[in-house]
Design a protein around this ligand. Structure first.
Ligand SMILES: [Zn+2]
Length: 333
């Protein structure tokens, strides 16, 4: 486990998650028990054509033959998924420790600050809906800046944290259970949520509907075209078939947004973070998510990649090339 995972208790969370997954795998096939999953068409374009790229922990990861979207197929059926998000499984408990750790709060705080500073001139006040608001950190920052905030969160423990610690309003509902009126929000956000949705096209249609004209949909998700995913493939932690159902690139994200009504010229997609430690470990034939080690790297290469100001330049370059670890997006209605 990496130092970052240890600091944030991510190590306990990831181990627990893997242990729970093992129980769902049929030893005869090496795949998830067939009664728990169903075959689906492409989540973005509904095409039945796909190619399996690889299998990991019992799940097949497929690329759509029509639009190129990468997604898990077959997937857990909706009932099994709902049970997972609603239950009080140990994984969710550890996940909560992980997300409320100081280090995680600091990294996310930086990201949110960045979004707010980009939105400040266009949307200095108004209503925010954060879908999958987790412990409510983004809403708290929005509230402090004078926005009228509200979150949706199915995990009871996270919702309570948001209400008690940050004093923000949270509904334990899915978006389609809320019956919000058309044109009712200035900002709708999803941070690390869109990749989990069984029906991203359906949910995005609703997001577009509830946004006011001129309002924005913002958020972040993994980048399947990141250097980490392109090098590590199935060894990348991003690929987790039970939780992450979609793997977006800038192209497929734009395709989805355009499909529900956003105009391409009103969609900004950027990217952030390098995930460089997992890559550096892998280059040295080590566990990509093990302790961070650099002793086996060639000397001159090590000098550059471990130097702080050089690393910053590398990150900027990677983001410019579109191969950063995460995609960030702002789509204006
Ligand atoms: Zn497709």
């Amino acid at each position: 486990m990496s130092t970052f995972d240890k600091q944030t208790k991510g190590d306990i969370f990831f181990n627990q998650r893997d242990n729970e997954l093992d129980k769902l795998i049929d030893p005869k096939t090496g795949k998830v028990y067939s009664h728990l999953v169903k075959k689906i068409n492409c989540m973005l374009c509904q095409s039945p054509d796909f190619t399996v790229l690889f299998t990991k922990n019992g799940f097949d990861f497929a690329r759509c033959g029509q639009c190129g979207h990468i997604y898990v197929n077959p997937q857990f059926d909706e009932k099994a998924t709902a049970e997972h998000y609603n239950d009080d499984s140990k994984t969710m408990e550890f996940s909560y420790d992980f997300i409320s750790s100081d280090k995680q709060m600091e990294v996310r705080g930086e990201l949110y600050k960045n979004f707010f500073s980009q939105l400040k001139s266009d949307i200095p006040n108004g209503k925010i809906l954060d879908i999958g608001c987790s412990i409510g950190q983004f809403l708290k920052m929005g509230k402090d800046l004078g926005y009228d905030v509200m979150g949706l969160e199915l995990n009871e423990k996270a919702a309570q944290y948001a209400e008690k610690k940050f004093g923000v309003k949270v509904e334990r509902k899915l978006l389609n259970e809320c019956n919000f009126e058309d044109n009712s929000f200035d900002i709708v956000s999803m941070f690390g949520v869109i990749e989990h949705l069984p029906d991203p096209a359906g949910v995005m249609k609703d997001v577009y509907r509830i946004l006011k004209p001129g309002g924005v949909f913002i958020g972040i998700c993994p980048n399947v075209n990141s250097l980490v995913c392109m090098v590590l493939h199935q060894f990348s932690k991003t690929f987790t078939g039970r939780l992450h159902l979609s793997y977006f690139s800038e192209k497929t994200l734009r395709y989805l947004f355009a499909k529900v009504g956003f105009k391409n010229e009103n969609i900004q997609v950027g990217n952030r973070y390098t995930g460089k430690y997992s890559l550096l470990n892998y280059f040295q034939f080590l566990d990509p998510f093990g302790d961070e080690i650099d002793e086996y790297l060639p000397a001159k290469f090590r000098e550059i990649v471990t130097n702080e100001s050089e690393s910053k330049k590398i990150e900027e370059k990677m983001n410019e090339l579109g191969i950063g670890l995460k995609l960030t997006f702002i789509a204006k209605k």
